[in-house]
Design a protein around this ligand. Structure first.
Ligand code: HEC
Length: 140
C-alpha cells in the first residue's frame, strides 16, 4: 500500500463516517419525535365525546361550535386553560364539576387533532402543564 492509497482510504473512511453522523443527525430527532408522539394520547375517545356533550350543553351557546379550540392556542398550556375555564366559565352559570372541565379539555384536544388513547385525562395540573396547543397535530 503506498501513501496515496492509504490517503484515499482514510478519506473514504471519513466520508463514510460523516455520512453516518449525518444519518444519525437525521434519525435521532425522528426517534425522539416518535417517543413524544406516543405521549400525546392524553385522553380517551369516550371522554372527548362526553366533553363534546358538556361543551355543547354549557358553552357553545356563547362560544359557537369550535371557538374554544381556537382560543386554547392563546394559553401557554392546558393547565392555564383549565384554570381559566374552571374559575370563570360558564360566564353566566354555576360552576361545573372538575370532571366536566377535564372532559371539555379532552374534547378540545380531540378538536385539535391530538390522538385518543387508553387513559383518561385528569385535572392533575402537572400533567395538563405538559400539553400545549403548539404540539397539536392539526390546527383547528
Ligand atoms: C353566557 C355566555 C357564556 C357561556 C355559557 C360560556 N362563556 Fe366562556 N366567555 C364568555 C365571555 C363573555 C367571555 C369573555 C370573558 C372575559 O373576557 O372576562 C368568555 C371567555 C372565555 C374564554 C377565554 C377566551 C375568550 O373567548 O375570550 C374561554 C376559553 C371560554 N370562555 C370558555 C368557555 C367554556 C369552556 C365554557 C363552558 C364551560 C364557557 N366558556 C361558557 C361567555 C360565555
Amino acid at each position: 500500500m503506498n501513501r496515496t492509497t492509504a490517503g484515499r482510504r482514510a478519506q473514504a473512511k471519513s466520508i463514510v463516517g460523516r455520512a453516518l453522523v449525518a444519518a444519525l443527525a437525521v434519525a435521532a430527532p425522528l426517534l425522539i419525535g416518535t417517543a413524544a408522539a406516543a405521549q400525546t394520547a392524553w385522553y380517551t375517545a369516550e371522554q372527548a365525546e362526553r366533553g363534546a356533550r358538556t361543551y355543547f350543553a354549557n358553552c357553545a351557546g356563547c362560544h359557537g361550535a369550535n371557538q374554544t379550540a381556537e382560543r386554547f392556542a392563546e394559553y401557554p398550556d392546558a393547565a392555564s386553560f383549565f384554570n381559566f375555564i374552571s374559575g370563570s366559565m360558564p360566564y353566566d352559570g354555576d360552576q361545573l364539576s372538575m370532571a366536566k372541565y377535564t372532559e371539555i379539555v379532552a374534547f378540545v384536544l380531540s378538536e385539535l387533532g391530538f390522538p385518543a388513547g387508553d387513559t383518561e385525562l385528569t385535572s392533575d395540573r402537572a400533567v395538563l402543564a405538559q400539553i400545549s396547543a403548539s404540539d397539536a397535530p392539526a390546527a383547528p
